[in-house]
Write a protein that binds this ligand. Structure first.
Ligand code: NAD
Ligand code: GLY
Length: 357
């Protein structure tokens, strides 16, 4: 029997729970506390809808529920699809007490969250993440947005959900490749903030890959608690929250130049973490341990067919750039990250070239 765990993102009057457990879809979940108005819009996609939409809608008793099914994939995290959600809200005459529910992975969560952030300057929304990546990262912390052809997540808003509901049963239908992609963000938390968790991952990676429910719950709980702590300290990324972007300056650029959806987010972040470790003041043993864990998870560790200069140009669109200067999240040791704005272009280009095949 899987225990239900609850932790909170502490943000004064915007504090909200992350409820993690199993069988919410099977046995039901009472949403009443988090849905105050009568109207709900459930946004999902064509892959997730046949699996979980009916069950979710059946739990929204006494509500007027409208559903919207989006096309699947990162290449649809666009202005056009965002506007489809806005159109739906307008068509249902949604008001400020309408609740939007995002049912799906990070793509559905980010774009739906952005629609909720922008419609009438912000209406309530709930995240029901169904991929490992979205359960440990994208559903928590209130970053919402869409991609621009020139850069990942370039357009968006901070808008915190009212509730994050994680049902690990959803991971049984996830493809192996997507599960592994989510493991990149799990490894990230150990690397940036918790050496003990990193060691635990080294010892438990096989159980995560075989989807052992207890091991998954532990990994999700630890990942969310690290993220909740960091977001609680620095909601708008003025400082500390940037450490959650370890590997992302490189990773987002890889996603952009390869074409959205060609490489999965977690796969690009895995390569990004390896590149960030190359330019970090880590000792070789720890650098090798990070690479070994990434490989053990089945994630990529080298980049193929990219042009180094185009990759660097794409990196300049990073949201951490200040006064046209890139800032990097590096590791001092496994479990301790810091921000460095004195890394030279030459260092970075060298690291990328070393990891190209
Ligand atoms: P995704 O949303 O594309 O989902 C991956 C695939 O799995 C999709 O095909 C989806 O339809 C399918 N899927 C979802 N749930 C399923 C299930 N239970 N069973 C079977 N298939 C299922 O990708 P993702 O990895 O979840 O999220 C990646 C996105 O998250 C990227 O756009 C990234 O930028 C974003 N992200 C945002 C944040 C943030 O803080 N907002 C953090 C990390 C990543
Ligand atoms: N995924 C990074 C953040 O939420 O800040």
């Amino acid at each position: 029997m899987i225990n239900q765990e609850t932790l909170h993102v502490q943000l004064d009057e915007r504090t909200y729970p992350i409820i993690i457990g199993a069988s919410f879809f099977k046995n039901g979940f009472i949403f009443d506390e988090w849905i105050t108005g009568k109207d709900c819009l459930v946004v999902t996609n064509e892959m997730v809808a046949p699996l979980y939409l009916k069950s979710l809608v059946s739990q929204l008793k006494n509500k007027n529920v409208v559903s919207l099914i989006l096309p699947d994939g990162e290449s649809n995290k666009t202005l056009t699809i965002w506007f489809q959600i806005i159109d739906k809200l307008v068509a249902m005459k949604a008001s400020r007490d309408t609740t939007v529910i995002a049912l799906g992975g990070g793509v559905v969560g980010d774009i739906t969250g952005f629609a909720a952030a922008s419609y009438m300057r912000g209406i309530p929304y709930i995240q029901v993440p169904t991929t490992l990546l979205s359960q440990v990262d994208s559903s928590v912390g209130g970053k919402t947005g869409i991609n621009h052809i020139q850069g990942k997540n370039l357009v968006g808003a901070f808008h915190q959900p009212k509730l994050v509901l994680v049902d690990i049963d959803t991971l049984t239908t996830l493809s192996k490749r997507e599960l592994i992609s989510g493991l990149a963000e799990v490894i990230k938390y150990g690397a940036i903030a918790d050496n003990k968790f990193f060691c635990w991952l080294e010892n438990n990676m096989e159980h995560l890959l075989t989807r052992n429910p207890d091991t998954l719950i532990k990994a999700i709980l630890k990942s969310c608690s690290i993220k909740a702590q960091v977001v609680g300290e620095d909601e708008f990324e003025n400082d500390k929250r940037a450490i959650l972007n370890f590997g992302h300056t490189f990773g987002h650029a890889i996603e952009n130049i390869k074409g959205y959806g060609e490489i999965l987010h977690g796969e690009a972040i895995a390569i990004g973490m390896i590149l960030a470790a190359e330019i970090s003041p880590l000792d070789d043993i720890e650098r090798n341990r990070l690479e070994a864990l990434i490989k053990k998870a089945g994630l990529p560790h080298v980049i193929d067919s990219v042009n180094v200069d185009s990759m660097y140009q794409a990196m300049l669109m990073d949201k951490k750039v200040q006064s046209k200067k890139l800032r990097y999240i590096l590791l001092r040791s496994l479990g301790e990250a810091f921000i460095d704005d004195n890394i030279t272009e030459q260092n970075v280009l060298g690291a990328i070239s070393n990891r190209m095949v």
